[in-house]
Write a protein that binds this ligand. Structure first.
Ligand SMILES: Nc1ncnc2c1ncn2[C@@H]1O[C@H](COP(=O)(O)OP(=O)(O)O)[C@@H](O)[C@H]1O
Ligand SMILES: [Mg+2]
Length: 330
């Protein structure tokens, strides 16, 4: 059943591009990245679907529920993705449970077939649905926090953290799913590793993590892309079902303006790393929607505005994040 459903999916002449968020570790930023990608893609004018395979936590589904409520209450237009959630099966045997989960996932995918993108959120542990989510990924995004603890998801290091001694179980799992995908679809997974919650202060630890990630990239076959900095603006709008990319009142926009601009550029940078199908049109729609022109030179030319909070103040002092677009450009 599983192979048949995957073969049928990959045989479709036109199908949405699937972006899966995966990392066998909770709290690395999978759901946060999924939320911002979904809204970012909708802001580019794409039809977007989402699937929550982490039904136990259900965080992405809660975000969508909050967003639906907000859309009813708000005078602002709020785009909605078409959302599905796949619960774990209650069937007694492993074979029956897998059959049941695969058929519900197939049904949901088929119902989203008319869209441009499907964003799949997976749990922070390995299970059958997470495995399918990885095989389906045209693009797999693995967010990881900026520490040796998180690097452990990709690689084993020697005791002093200086030398790579071997891959981790998650890397092995991704490579295995990559192979399975090649067998059923003939196409590889484009694997992107991003660093989430990047510290605003440069330190030796960050640089070491960066160096090791670069060393490992050609061995495991992933690309590294800019992730999101540690910013309150990425999490504070969750109860409203909104993101910093959504239309908001002048009052809220004014309060969030500094970190919102920097965060907006970080999301755009990730969108372009994914490789939008019609980028010029997408960026034009995005610019119109955001009401602000997004240009690489915007931050380079203008002096940084005064910080709005202690957090922003720290950001502004940080040479790495004070001019977010400058490292998009490099
Ligand atoms: N870039 C960020 N800046 C600030 N907080 C973040 C950022 N990314 C994630 N978080 C917060 O970290 C926690 C875990 O993120 P989440 O996306 O739920 O991870 P996962 O889905 O991998 O378990 C949440 O409280 C979220 O709001
Ligand atoms: Mg999550």
């Amino acid at each position: 059943m599983t192979t048949r459903f995957l073969k049928e999916w990959f045989a479709k002449p036109i199908r949405p591009r699937v972006i899966t968020l995966g990392n066998q570790k909770g709290g690395s930023g999978k759901t946060t990245t999924a939320m911002h990608l979904m809204v970012g893609l909708m802001n580019c004018g794409y039809g977007v679907g989402s699937i929550d395979l982490d039904a136990k936590q259900g965080t992405l589904t809660h975000f969508i529920e909050n967003r639906r409520r907000q859309a009813r209450l708000s005078a602002m237009p709020i785009d909605m993705p078409e959302h599905g959630q796949i619960e774990s099966s209650l069937e007694a045997t492993v074979a029956d449970a897998e059959e049941d989960e695969a058929s519900r996932l197939a049904e949901t995918l088929n119902s989203l077939q008319h869209l441009d993108y499907i964003v799949i959120d997976t749990p922070g542990h390995d299970n059958f649905l997470a495995r399918l989510g990885h095989i389906l990924a045209d693009t797999l995004i693995t967010p990881m926090n900026d520490s040796f603890l998180d690097l452990d998801v990709l690689v084993r290091l020697d005791n002093d953290g200086q030398r790579i001694t071997g891959p981790s179980s998650y890397s092995v799992a991704v490579l295995e799913r990559w192979g399975l995908r090649m067998l059923v679809s003939g196409t590889p997974i484009d694997w992107l590793v991003i660093r989430n919650r990047l510290a605003h202060l440069d330190n030796r630890n960050n640089r070491k993590v960066e160096e090791l990630l670069k060393q490992l990239a050609p061995r495991l076959g992933y690309r590294i892309s800019q992730g999101f900095g540690e910013r309150v603006v990425y999490r504070e709008l969750f109860p409203l079902g909104l993101t910093l990319l959504d239309p908001m009142s002048d009052d809220a926009a004014g309060r969030l303006s500094k970190s919102r601009g920097a965060a907006r550029d970080e999301v755009w940078s990730l969108l372009t790393a994914i490789g939008l199908s019609e980028q010029p049109q997408a960026s034009e729609t995005w610019n119109k929607k955001m009401g602000l022109s997004l240009s690489i030179s915007r931050y380079a030319k203008q002096p940084q505005e005064a910080p709005e909070s202690a957090e922003a103040e720290q950001q502004d002092r940080d040479p790495k994040t004070a001019t977010p677009s400058s490292h998009i450009a490099t």
